[in-house]
Write a protein that binds this ligand. Structure first.
Ligand code: APR
Ligand code: ZN
Length: 333
């Protein structure tokens, strides 16, 4: 059994699904200050029986829990909605999503573009979409940098993303904190002989509307993104430890339509607050509302900027975005 899997099993034994996270059952000593328990923070956030019922949480309560470090093992689930502000269309938004732009391709249904059987028959719709995602064409946005700030402050346990645009890495979040559940364009493999294919040849072909071919056997080269029916990367199984030990779950910009990713949102303890930030409510069987859910609908950048302001991190965010933008434009020269 791989080392990480052994660690996962051992950690599960330590934490076990039945046990409450530390802050929920005993005072937490946060940085030498007086012990802070979850209920103390929650009742201080909005009083005992004040104008809001105890179990209902709001975004400001989440900010209070983070500021008081009553939540410091934050797991994030991200979807295409975190990258639309960078100019990358999502999949299912009516009119603007990638799936609505497929009419001129002869595809039986939108998801077919990401199915191997269709890909082997006609890889062109996929590669026409891939052109949009050439690394370096897009920049991380405020949402990526908020997640980077969570990492910089030692609060990010893991970021599970469905996105393959690589913008989480580009924002400076280390690979150890990332699970790219649907793979990425960082590498590509020949679908016939299995040889890894160098990126430059792959992208040169894609940008010239040619189907990338293997130098060794002329088989079609496919980027290492996960197609429907393909196995998810091994790192996805870190969720067996991350979700049961998380003390806050942020779900950002996803329709929660694709399994097994979507059902991860059910894998945190019932006492763990979950914050869903999305343009519209999620109509997905994976999402069963709980009493400690916070649902923040509307534009994701606005919602994240509101949380950042409630956390008192606005100036830090501005500095980070400026520093990173300068770094990325320095790389372009
Ligand atoms: N602000 C708030 N919400 C937004 C924004 C925005 N600026 N932009 C998009 N969204 C929301 C959309 O309303 C939608 O609910 O993000 C969600 C994106 O959903 P999808 O397009 O279905 O993308 P995602 O959930 O990531 O899809 C999952 O499906 O096709 C597969 O493999 C593909 O990884 C992808 C998976
Ligand atoms: Zn080959």
């Amino acid at each position: 059994m791989a080392l990480w899997a052994r660690r996962a099993v051992r950690a599960l034994r330590l934490w076990g699904p039945g046990r409450e996270p530390a802050w929920a059952c005993r005072p937490r000593i946060a940085g030498g200050r007086t012990p802070i328990s979850f209920s103390a923070v929650v009742s201080s956030a909005f009083g005992n029986g004040g104008d809001r019922k105890k179990e209902k949480l709001f975004l400001q309560d989440i900010a209070e829990l983070i500021r008081a470090r009553a939540c410091q093992r934050v797991v994030v689930m991200a979807g295409a909605g975190i990258s639309t502000a960078s100019g990358i269309p999502d999949f299912r938004s009516p009119g603007s999503g990638f799936y609505s732009a497929l009419q001129h391709w002869d595809v039986p249904y939108p998801e077919a573009v990401f199915e191997l059987s269709f890909f082997f028959d006609n890889p062109r719709p996929f590669f026409s979409w891939a052109k949009n995602l050439r690394p370096g064409n897009f920049r991380p946005n405020a949402i990526h940098y908020f997640l980077r700030l969570l990492h910089d402050k030692g609060l990010l346990l893991r970021l599970y993303t469905q996105n393959i645009d690589g913008l989480e890495r580009a924002s400076g979040i280390p690979g150890s904190k990332l699970v790219e559940a649907h793979g990425s364009f960082a590498s590509a493999t020949c679908t016939v002989c299995g040889k890894p294919s160098p990126g430059e040849g792959f992208w040169a072909a894609v940008m010239e509307d040619r189907v990338p071919r293997c130098a060794a056997c002329t088989g079609v080269v496919k980027p290492d993104v996960v197609f429907f029916g393909e196995a998810l990367p091994e790192r996805f199984f870190l969720h067996m430890v991350d979700f049961p030990t998380a003390d806050l779950l942020l779900i950002l910009g996803t329709s929660l339509k694709v399994e097994p990713f979507a059902s991860l949102c059910e894998a945190v303890r019932s006492s763990v607050p979950r914050v869903l930030m999305n343009r519209e409510a999620v109509e997905s069987c994976a999402w069963r509302p709980r009493s400690r859910d916070v649902v923040q609908l509307g534009d994701l950048v606005d919602s994240v900027e509101r949380l950042v302001a409630l956390l008192g991190w606005t100036e830090e965010m501005k500095d980070l975005v400026q520093r990173e933008a300068a770094k990325l434009s320095g790389q372009d020269r």
